[in-house]
Design a binder for this molecule. Structure first.
Ligand SMILES: Nc1ncnc2c1ncn2[C@@H]1O[C@H](COP(=O)(O)OP(=O)(O)O)[C@@H](O)[C@H]1O
Ligand SMILES: [Mg+2]
Length: 198
């Protein structure tokens, strides 16, 4: 098993050519003033996200989005008996592993970004408020030669439960604003990166 990613809550392993699993880390260590506190991740996410297993939230949202945009999320998603999220590895037409916007430096057409933006706006309409729009969560897939589309992954932060101390997010209008602000911020980064003129 090859570890492909590690962040605060999850470790991601590639288990074979086509599948990866997202494992919740056992502990979360936080420093408050001079005190280091070690939480079991389950307890921590229960307090912070109202969820014992954030993979479950992630999965529920995949199902919702799949109905609307089946081509813009990973194909396979399910929980194994240990609560890990099992997911297909996103691949390009030539079976190469698709990379995220974080590593993608080639230029692509602006219309692909517009398509993606419209998709996010549509999701907001259906109350699927993706609050975690960032480069590491968006893949640039070359699904046919010279043809690209953006694929979203990572829906653990959705709705305001994942930001319980930002009370203003209890209102949909504010959540939508936050998501759109993030989209705009990312667009600026991409314009720079891709040297796009609009
Ligand atoms: N289905 C996938 N196929 C290929 N790489 C993936 C996949 N899912 C995640 N990754 C890689 O792992 C990273 C983190 O995955 P993500 O689901 O965003 O977890 P996290 O909860 O740590 O943010 C991504 O930025 C990407 O590089
Ligand atoms: Mg992520």
């Amino acid at each position: 098993m090859k570890k492909i990613w590690e962040w605060a809550y999850r470790e991601i392993y590639q288990i074979d050519n086509d599948i990866c699993i997202k494992k919740i880390k056992p502990y979360r260590v936080k420093t408050y003033f001079w005190c280091k506190i070690k939480f079991t991740t389950k307890i921590y996410t229960l307090l912070k996200f109202w969820a014992l297993n954030i993979n479950k939230i992630d999965l529920e949202n995949y199902y919702k989005i799949k109905k609307l945009f089946p081509n813009n999320i990973p194909e396979i998603n399910y929980l194994d008996k240990n609560g890990n999220l099992v997911q297909s590895i996103i691949k390009d037409y030539n079976w190469k592993k698709t990379i995220t916007l974080l590593d993608f430096t080639d230029k692509i057409d602006y219309s692909i970004w517009m398509e993606f933006k419209n998709m996010v706006v549509m999701l907001l309409k259906y109350w699927i408020e993706i609050m975690d729009i960032r480069e590491s969560n968006i893949f640039v897939q070359e699904y046919e030669r010279w043809k690209y589309r953006l694929i979203l992954s990572d829906f653990k932060r959705i709705w305001w439960r994942t930001y319980p101390f930002q009370f203003y997010l209890a209102f949909k209008v504010n959540r939508d604003k936050k998501t759109l602000r993030r989209l705009d911020r990312l667009e600026k980064i991409l314009i720079q990166k891709w040297k796009l003129k609009i």
